[in-house]
Design a protein around this ligand. Structure first.
Ligand code: HEM
Length: 428
């Protein structure tokens, strides 16, 4: 079963030839559990019923449609886990790059449907399997794969590498330097990116790994980031998640169901820039390290003053409930929410889709943790840039965070039907 979360109008296309369902495996895996539990009945009966139970459980969590007017993974409901990868293109061949993008699209359609790549994880004994196999037995887990093109794909060191220079959107700027930035080039930039989101980390990792394998010799992973515990929501009715500072994050975000706001603030519209981006969106990724240990020694009142919202309920200052309309004047002038709110930024809105990360600890025994901030918008120059300028200048939160990685990507519109491919509107 397939969820139509975007207004795609597109039906799920036929499965690419040779795609093997991982679900067949799950039925038998689930059978083992049922066999242990069922002391009565025949083995055959137990196996049959567990197959049915496994199938029913899987049907309860619909896949997220890959095909559509817009790419999934932007306005669709946010999953629990992230594997984000930025790639550099290592070839000078435009044809080789197009070949990989076509293969990636096929693989993405297959994996987001919970199926095995190519001839599967156990194809020919004499050849390396097409699918790396670690997702065998796992459902699609609402996997979405979202591609973006970085500024360096269009031009690098003055070179028009793939004949795309004239197609670079003006809006795909090199992000300006902001005060307090401490960016690591090894965790910044990238010619391409793929955002993999799923409810199961193994499914997200499997997806990126298989794309990297397919792209071998043409693209290399420049940097990647694992994320857990989404820090935003595009479904207002769902419980708002908390970030690693313990605050509800994503309360006042753009809803994935709010079509007028999505059209006005998130999707590139005709006339905004090059035609190939119509229906797409610009993504800013920022790896933001939190000084967790300092934060943990900060009094509650100060923590709440920093955001302008209460910790337990998430209510804006002067109000009772999380979703009460905020009164910005009741919040400290340097509070995060007051500064970031659209009313303080000429109405600018971002669709935030970030995740927490903890990459172990640094050599000084401090947690290497923070927020992997992801935000989509129609025009970065009118949304992330002015908001971040304001935050970087006076946000009280700055004492506890540092931006250590940064990237900007143009995410094209969705692949509308089987046979189309990621980047077709750009390269076509
Ligand atoms: C580690 C860094 C950050 C943390 C911990 C953080 C945390 C929060 C929290 C707790 C809220 C209030 C709940 C909500 O409405 O979501 C919030 C709101 C918001 N944040 Fe952040 N944030 C961070 C970075 C950023 C950055 C870099 C931007 C954009 C440049 C940003 C933009 C916003 C916006 C637009 C809102 C909604 C304000 C409103 O309309 O009420 N945040 N953030």
């Amino acid at each position: 079963m397939v969820e139509q979360t975007q207004e795609t109008g597109a039906e799920q296309g036929p499965e690419p030839k040779g795609a093997v369902s991982r679900r067949a495996v799950i039925g038998w895996a689930g059978a083992g559990v049922a066999l242990g539990a069922a002391a009565v009945g025949t083995v055959a009966a137990a196996t049959r019923s567990s197959d049915e139970e496994a199938e029913a459980a899987l049907k309860a969590v619909p896949d997220i449609e890959f095909y559509g007017e817009h790419q999934a993974g932007i306005a669709t409901p946010v999953q629990d886990r992230l594997h984000f990868a930025a790639f550099d293109v290592s070839t000078t061949s435009r044809d080789a790059l197009i070949r990989v993008l076509k293969e990636w699209t096929k693989a993405a359609a297959v994996m987001t449907g919970g199926r095995e790549v190519g001839t599967g994880a156990t194809g020919l004994a004499e050849a390396p399997p097409d699918d790396t196999g670690e997702a065998l037995g796992l459902p699609a887990s609402r996997l979405t794969l979202t591609i973006g093109f970085g500024p360096t794909l269009f031009e690098k060191d003055g070179k028009d590498r793939f004949g795309l220079k004239a197609k670079r959107p003006e809006g795909l700027i090199d992000l300006p330097a902001f005060p307090h930035d401490n960016l690591d080039p090894a965790r910044s930039g990238g010619d391409l990116c793929v955002q993999a989101c799923a409810d199961d980390p193994q499914v997200a990792v499997h997806a990126i790994r298989n794309l990297a394998r397919i792209g071998m010799g043409v693209v290399t992973v420049r940097w990647s980031q694992l994320g857990f515990g989404k820090t935003s929501s595009t479904t207002p009715e769902a419980q708002t998640p908390r970030n690693l500072m313990g605050f509800k994050d994503g309360t006042h975000n753009v809803s994935g169901q709010d079509t007028p706001t999505l059209d006005e603030h998130i999707w590139a519209a005709p006339g905004d820039g090059p035609e190939w981006m119509t229906g797409g969106s610009y993504l800013v990724a920022r790896r933001i390290r939190m000084h967790i240990e300092t934060w943990d020694r900060t009094p509650l009142k100060e923590q709440e003053d920093i955001f302008g919202r209460t910790k337990r309920e998430g209510a804006p200052f002067g109000k009772q409930k999380e979703h009460d309309a905020p009164d910005l004047s009741a919040m400290p002038k340097d509070s995060h929410v007051r500064l970031a709110h659209p009313d303080s930024n000429s109405g600018a809105k971002l669709l935030r889709r970030g995740f927490s990360f903890t990459d172990g600890s640094d050599g000084l025994g401090r947690l290497e943790a923070g927020l992997f901030f992801l935000a989509y918008q129609r025009d970065t120059r009118k949304a992330f840039v002015p908001v971040q300028r304001k935050l970087a200048a006076t946000d009280a939160l700055n004492e506890y965070i540092q931006h250590v990685g940064s990237a900007h990507f143009a995410c094209p519109p969705g692949v509308r039907k089987p046979g189309e491919w990621w980047g077709q509107s750009l390269f076509g």
